[in-house]
Design a protein around this ligand. Structure first.
Ligand code: NOJ
Length: 544
């Protein structure tokens, strides 16, 4: 066994080698007793993140906001909302993050502002306002109806009539989130100024919110009906988003963002675009018109939890990547069901091993390292505007945004007053303190996986060898230099044997097997994942 402890990986950027950890600031740590997390709270918990071993933190928005969409409705791109603290608190968090050798990525929301942003207040004041064209306005149809059939992602028409001027304005999300008009160069300049503001303070990059939504069809044509629409689906899915998303003009704007960040050196741009993988690839850009470094790959989130399906997904994604572009994987975030609920708790360790052994930058969502599942939210405590506007279709995001359980005390050490959302009811087993002390916990496994990834170039930056499924077992190899690691993930609830000529176990999801050597046959326990070091040139193993 020849594991290099601190590999020199010159030539790979930090955002390629590292693991990103997403924090939902409202729910990480409250420091002032108002039941909502804040920046000082995050600073207090940095040592935990250092202990866990992550390389970068991505913060969901902390900008000044009326919080109609909990910070994704920004009313000042260069301010910190008082709920989260001050600019001084932010600078302190950034400095302390850097002091611990970690990076800080900010969320940035270029598609829309809050309807309380001074730009929009000025734009809506009159049709002649100099800022009128910073947003998207259309006259009503003769009947008074909205200008076309476009729908909001959060339900209802994507148009709201402005009583003052008698025109509709466009919003891809809430009426409180009017879309900026990216065809106006003044908008571009203003947003660039905001990006520079944060880069000058030293942030290490941005996660760009919903970038596929930046442009809409200039002729405002109606969208076609959704051919997959059927009774029982939410009415918001009745039409496709053809003329609302993924227009080619988006790529020029991203190239502009890229030019700005590149001027600051080793920064990263991550892009959020919920699109089919084939379309996601365009967001890497081209050599002449660079895109984001990491267009999020969300496709594990909707994946069927089957070895063959995931093997195909991995191979398909890797095959689509343009030359020289870096992959990434997301298993959970603040918008989608918790991974431990999607795959069932018994599979949560397997899912963690999958995320942390695939080729490409992993993004780990806070609390997934503890195996948090979706938390039941009583109807009177529902806060998410999506659920409130389109109730009953399972869109609600509160269940995945609940406070981080740090210990088993009242409110889990998150706050000393009533938390803004309830905590998980299984806090006795799922809290940081308890799992930290238990070598068999998911938290300890996640930490071990991150550590293994860090010291093993085959895992952090290596290429793939085979990627296949053998019945219920997903198998893939990671190669670097003379090293070959093989990952075996048993999706079945039964013990499975698979041939393996020779190998040494590095890590198991199911107890201490490290150091065990394998000759001819590998035994996988129910739902067990294993990372095995296998000689580079051994005969390929046969499917049973
Ligand atoms: C995507 C974000 O992840 C989501 O939380 C938000 O509601 C929408 N964009 C609108 O900004």
């Amino acid at each position: 066994m020849s594991l290099n402890l601190e590999p020199e990986l010159d030539g790979f950027a930090w955002w390629q080698r590292g693991v990103v950890y997403q924090i939902y600031p409202r729910s990480f740590q409250d420091s002032n007793g108002d039941g909502v997390g804040d920046l000082a709270g995050i600073t207090r918990r940095l040592d935990y993140l250092r202990w866990l071993g992550v390389d970068a933190i991505w913060l969901s928005p902390v900008y000044t906001s009326p919080m109609a969409d909990f910070g994704y409705d920004v009313s000042d791109y260069t301010g910190i909302d008082p709920l989260f603290g001050t600019l001084g608190d932010f600078d302190h968090l950034l400095a302390e993050t850097h002091r611990r050798g970690m990076k800080l990525i900010m969320d940035f929301v270029p598609n829309h502002t809050s309807d309380q942003h001074p730009w929009f207040l000025e734009a809506r004041a009159s049709k002649d306002s100099p800022k009128r064209d910073w947003y998207i306005w259309r006259d009503p149809m003769p009947s008074g109806a909205p200008p076309n059939n476009w729908l909001s992602e959060f339900g209802g028409a994507a148009w709201t009539l402005d009583d003052i001027t008698g025109q509709y304005y466009y919003h891809a999300y809430l009426p409180q989130q009017p879309d900026l008009n990216w065809r106006n160069p003044a908008v571009r300049d203003a947003v660039h100024t905001a990006l520079r503001f944060w880069l000058d303070r030293g942030v290490d990059g941005f996660r760009l919110d919903t970038i596929h939504h930046l442009f809409e069809d200039e002729a405002f044509r109606d969208n076609p009906p959704n051919p997959d629409f059927r009774v029982g689906l939410a009415p918001t899915l009745a039409f496709t988003r053809t003329h609302q998303v993924d227009l080619p003009e988006v790529q020029d704007v991203i190239a502009g963002f890229r030019r700005i960040t590149d001027a600051y050196g080793a920064r990263v741009l991550v892009g959020e675009a919920y699109l089919p993988l084939e379309k996601v690839m365009a967001y890497y850009g081209t050599p002449e018109r660079p895109g984001v470094h990491l267009p999020f790959n969300f496709h594990l989130i909707g994946a069927a939890w089957k070895a063959s399906f995931i093997a195909d997904l991995i191979a398909h994604y890797d095959g689509l990547l343009p030359p020289g572009r870096w992959p990434n994987w997301v298993l959970g975030n603040h918008d989608r069901a918790r991974v431990a609920s999607r795959v069932e708790p018994a599979n949560a360790p397997l899912a963690a091993m999958l995320l942390l052994t695939l080729r490409g930058t992993p993004t780990l969502y806070y609390g997934d390292e503890l195996g948090l599942t979706n938390v039941d939210i009583p109807p009177e405590r529902v806060r998410d505007p999506w659920e409130l506007r389109v109730p009953g279709f399972g869109f609600g995001r509160d269940p995945v945004r609940t406070p981080m359980p740090w210990d088993n005390t009242r409110h889990g050490g998150f706050t000393n007053s009533e938390p803004w959302l309830p905590l998980n009811s299984d806090i006795g087993a799922k809290n940081v303190e308890t799992q930290r002390g238990d070598p068999k916990s998911l938290l300890r496994l996640v930490r071990d996986l991150i550590a293994l990834r860090r010291r093993t170039p085959a895992l952090s930056v290596g290429s793939y060898g085979i990627i296949e499924s053998r019945g219920d077992v997903l198998v893939y190899e990671r190669l670097w230099g003379g090293q070959r690691l093989t990952v075996f993930l048993n999706f079945a609830a039964t013990t499975v044997y698979t041939p393996l000529a020779q190998g040494a176990v590095l890590l198991s999801t199911a107890g201490a097997r490290a150091g065990e050597s394998v000759n001819n046959l590998l035994c996988l326990r129910p739902h067990e994942g294993l990372v095995v070091e296998t000689p580079q040139h051994a005969e390929s193993d046969e499917t049973p």
